[in-house]
Design a binder for this molecule. Structure first.
Ligand SMILES: [Zn+2]
Ligand SMILES: [Zn+2]
Length: 174
């Protein structure tokens, strides 16, 4: 048994979260095509929060604007370089702002087995996403759903339970 654990622990591969560029102050009706041309990136890597979703738009200098994320940047350095290069670029009449950041994650997509250091698949073969915690052995955040090794002693709250609890609150408050 201890042999199996040792093998699993040594098999633990670190998967770093990709970087993204958060672009703000975009004109209201900007399109993914325009952003793709400005940043010279494929349209598929762009997440755009369009103007018609009012809760997503921000008021900047007295008028509303759109925002976008350019996802799947390989590392912080290249993401920062592109963000710096494009900050201040005019898109129509808007001067845009760009900031490199870790890519936002949808927690529903994270692998619950990788979180415990027990997934038998890897990033390419697992249906869910594998992203590593920055403290894979010692993390004591029980709401952390990133990947850990099986040496970790804290056990994260099960996400399905967490979701049910939230749903319960949601239902009771309505
Ligand atoms: Zn997995
Ligand atoms: Zn963690």
């Amino acid at each position: 048994m201890s042999f199996v654990c040792l093998v699993l622990a040594e098999d633990y591969t670190t998967y770093e979260r990709p970087y993204a560029i958060h672009v703000t102050d975009l004109p209201l009706r900007v399109t993914s095509e325009e952003i793709s041309q400005i940043f010279e990136v494929p349209i598929a890597t762009i997440l755009l929060h369009p103007c018609f979703r009012l809760e997503q738009s921000h008021v900047a200098n007295g008028r509303s604007s759109s925002e976008a994320w350019i996802t799947n940047r390989k590392d912080e350095k290249t993401a920062r370089a592109l963000a710096e290069k494009k900050t201040g670029t005019f898109v129509r009449t808007n001067k845009i702002q760009c900031k490199a950041m870790l890519e936002p994650i949808n927690e529903e997509e994270l692998c619950e087995n990788f979180q415990k250091g027990q997934c038998l698949y890897n990033m390419e073969t697992c249906y869910y996403k594998h992203f590593s915690c920055s403290e894979p052995d010692t993390c004591d955040d029980e709401y952390c759903w990133f990947g850990h090794t099986n040496k970790r002693t804290t056990i994260s709250v099960s996400r399905s339970k967490y979701r049910k609890n939230n749903l319960f609150f949601f239902v009771t408050f309505i």
